[in-house]
Design a binder for this molecule. Structure first.
Ligand code: ZN
Length: 286
């Protein structure tokens, strides 16, 4: 993973084979028997977080399944990727890409440098404080998290929880169109604060500057978004392909100039000669 930075594989089994809730176990069993013997063994050797509670094949799917895409109604289990443990501060992320392989593949991307022998982890959650994470992991996956973050001392855990709560608040504040419309400086300040907390996660928001006609900054944000997506979801990721045209022509974005022309800039105004702190000051309009 240190060199490759990514790895993909097709699912062993997907929930597409289930015809109805009552038939879940039977449908899974029928389909499992059609797989080559080594794939059947691979499926059956996956971890079961719910031993003795109901149907074993269903429990394996429940313990190891991933949604096949963000809005997908079905999930799949994977021979290797399903073995990756959860970490609340993971060093990898995974994404389903329906365009890969014959019928789509799941890919794991390293988002940090991973040393040889270091465990690869992904997060099964979408964030939350330690208390919230504990509850969801227990309820949905049946285990108590003992990752580095959850095992850290009380003071560190408290500081981390405060940062994570702030991330949730900032997501709401940034999404508030009234602030973006009437107080864009404040909204941009929220983005800066969020990015400082999220440093490792990369840039995901280009909306505020675009809404106030700031082409130079909007294009820069679009470029950063695309770069972050290459790392976490690959070059063919749909979100990246959707955003890419705006790196050259941010004016084409639906939001562009939606609220004002107060920050109007041209693409050429991107100060290529500025670097470090000076560039940061320009970027955040300080
Ligand atoms: Zn944890």
């Amino acid at each position: 993973m240190t060199q490759a930075r990514q790895d993909s594989e097709p699912p062993l089994l997907t929930t597409d084979v289930i015809t109805s809730v009552e038939n879940t176990e039977t449908d899974l069993a029928i389909h499992l028997r059609t797989l080559p013997a080594e794939k059947q063994r691979a499926f059956l050797s996956l971890h079961n977080n719910f031993p003795g509670q109901g149907n074993p094949l269903t429990s394996i799917i429940r313990s190891n399944g991933y949604p096949l895409g963000a809005d997908a109604g079905c999930g799949g289990v994977f021979e290797n990727i399903s073995r990756i443990n959860h970490g609340c501060l993971p060093n990898a992320v995974q994404n389903w890409n329906g365009l890969l392989g014959e019928e789509g593949e799941e890919t794991v991307y390293a988002i940090k440098d991973i040393k040889e022998g270091e465990e690869i982890t992904t997060s099964y959650l979408s964030g939350g404080t330690s208390k919230e994470r504990r509850a969801v992991l227990k309820q949905s996956f049946g285990f108590d998290c003992t990752c580095k973050l959850c095992d850290s001392d009380e003071a560190d855990l408290k500081a981390s929880d405060e940062r994570l709560s702030r991330i949730q608040e900032l997501h709401i504040d940034i999404g508030d169109s009234e602030t973006v419309r009437h107080d864009p400086e404040k909204a941009l300040g929220y983005c800066k604060e969020l990015l400082e907390i999220l440093e490792v996660e990369g840039i995901k928001d280009d909306r505020v500057t675009a809404m106030h006609s700031d082409a130079a900054r909007a294009a820069w944000w679009a470029k950063k978004f695309c770069e972050a997506k290459v790392i976490s979801a690959g070059k063919s990721c749909i979100d990246r392909l959707d955003m890419k045209p705006f790196t050259k022509r941010p004016q084409k974005h639906d939001c562009f100039g939606a609220f004002s022309v107060n920050w109007k800039t041209k693409l050429e105004e991107l100060p290529k000669e500025r670097a470090g702190e000076e560039f940061e000051k320009w970027l955040w309009r300080e």
